[in-house]
Ligand binder design. Structure first.
Ligand code: FAD
Length: 368
């Protein structure tokens, strides 16, 4: 009989885990509190399929992103598209690292890029610049792709209230499963690490002409990134996008619920001022369209760890998402933890047969 899994959360992680487990022949039921998939942070972000360029301060994140990028393009070829010009630029003076160090970190991590011979004219106050083959995630297609594949196993509009482990399994709102995977990004059970909830505001802009993606690294800087909609971009700023840090998701949600037009106007002014320092023609090309509100769940720490982690408590797995490119790691960790549960105990007292095997082979070789 195949194992049954309840998955809490229909974001990128829940959807990827559910389709992967279906391919392996497991029984899957996915619970999503909203009426559609990819409704929360998975549908409200900068839509960047990372390769690792964002994370010069965290080796593990770079490795997960570098490998996750190739695997994502192979597994979901229709769910991202290339970007004509995608620049990672290190500003003079304002960056936490210099351009040579940044470039060396990316080279030594095996991340593919082209160094720009000169800084493009659209940029100012820049020490050096790379062109990166990253891609943009296609949200609308992804939503349709997962809805089609998961339709019969999907329960939308259902907010999971309780999970309870009993002798014969684990019960989700009274329904029995072999295992539960909490892919709610820390909104149902809290992963056992120090973390905080960060409400965020990105800004959508329309360009009057195609413009390169520009990401200033590393530190309290900003970026412009395209969306799947031609000429629609997001503007993000490390100091201005976050709307606070909170110990609970409820407190963070209250901040999002109270965003008003005055706050949006302030953010527009500050973020435009910020990006204009490095893209002086920003206001000539871009027109503000509206805000995008979302929430991040982040581990405490200043070196920017955005890797994916999986924790296990009995029959309940809790996934602490990294970025979207790191979804593959979650499936592998869950499968290997399940494998270890079955294998460890029965094998503990079985003596090794290695010595007998070696002696047996040697005796036939030496007796000739
Ligand atoms: C401003 C911003 C910019 C970002 N930019 C990028 C980027 O460019 N590239 C990138 O890779 N990542 C980016 N990220 C991070 C990325 O969005 C997340 O890593 C990813 O979406 C997390 O996916 P998830 O499935 O774990 O969580 P979510 O997408 O948040 O999904 C969790 C789901 O669980 C559901 N849920 C919660 N509780 C319950 C319950 N009790 N019962 C039922 N359902 C429940 C929620 O409704 C939600 O749909 C960004 C995030 C933000 C906020």
């Amino acid at each position: 009989m195949s194992l049954s899994f309840a998955i809490i959360g229909g974001g990128w992680y829940g959807c990827h885990i559910a389709t992967s487990f279906r391919s392996l022949g497991f029984g899957v039921t996915i619970f999503e509190q909203h009426q559609r998939l990819l409704h929360a942070s998975s549908g409200n972000n900068q839509f960047r399929l990372h390769m690792g360029f964002h994370y010069p301060r965290h080796y593990g994140t770079r490795m997960q992103s570098r490998d996750g990028f190739s695997r994502f393009v192979e597994r979901y070829p229709a769910l991202s598209s290339p970007i004509a010009q995608n620049l990672y630029a290190v500003p003079k003076g304002d960056s936490l690292i210099d351009f040579l160090t940044y470039k060396l970190i990316m080279t030594s991590s095996g991340i593919e890029f082209t160094e720009m011979a000169s800084v493009p004219d659209v940029l100012a106050n820049i020490e050096g610049c790379l062109q990166a083959p990253e891609r943009v995630l296609l949200l609308d297609k992804a939503r349709r792709y997962f809805t089609e594949r998961l339709g019969p196993f999907l329960i939308t509009g259902h907010r999971v209230e309780s999970i309870e482990e009993r002798g014969d399994g684990v019960y989700v709102d009274g329904r029995r499963f072999d295992f539960v995977i909490d892919a709610s990004w820390g909104h149902f059970t809290k992963p056992p690490i120090d973390l905080f909830y960060e409400p965020t505001m990105l800004l959508y802009y329309e360009a009057n002409t195609p413009f390169p993606a520009v990401t200033l690294v590393d530190g309290p800087l900003c970026s412009i990134y395209p969306t799947e909609d031609p000429l629609l971009y997001t503007l993000s700023s490390v100091p201005h996008t976050p709307l606070g840090r909170f110990n609970t998701a409820t407190e963070a949600r209250a901040v999002l619920d109270n965003v008003d037009s005055a706050l949006v106007a302030t953010k527009v002014e500050r973020m435009e001022e910020h990006i204009s320092r490095y893209v002086p023609g920003f206001k000539d090309v871009f027109r503000f369209v509206g805000p995008q509100l979302a929430m991040k769940t982040k581990p405490l720490g200043s070196f920017d760890d955005r890797s994916c982690y999986v924790y296990k408590n009995g029959r309940v797995f809790s996934v602490m998402s990294g970025k979207i490119d790191t979804i593959f790691f979650s499936v592998e960790r869950i499968l290997s933890m399940i494998e270890a549960m079955g294998g460890e105990e029965p094998m503990r007292n079985v003596p090794s047969g290695l010595r007998a095997e070696i002696l047996g082979v040697n005796s036939t070789l030496t007796s000739a």
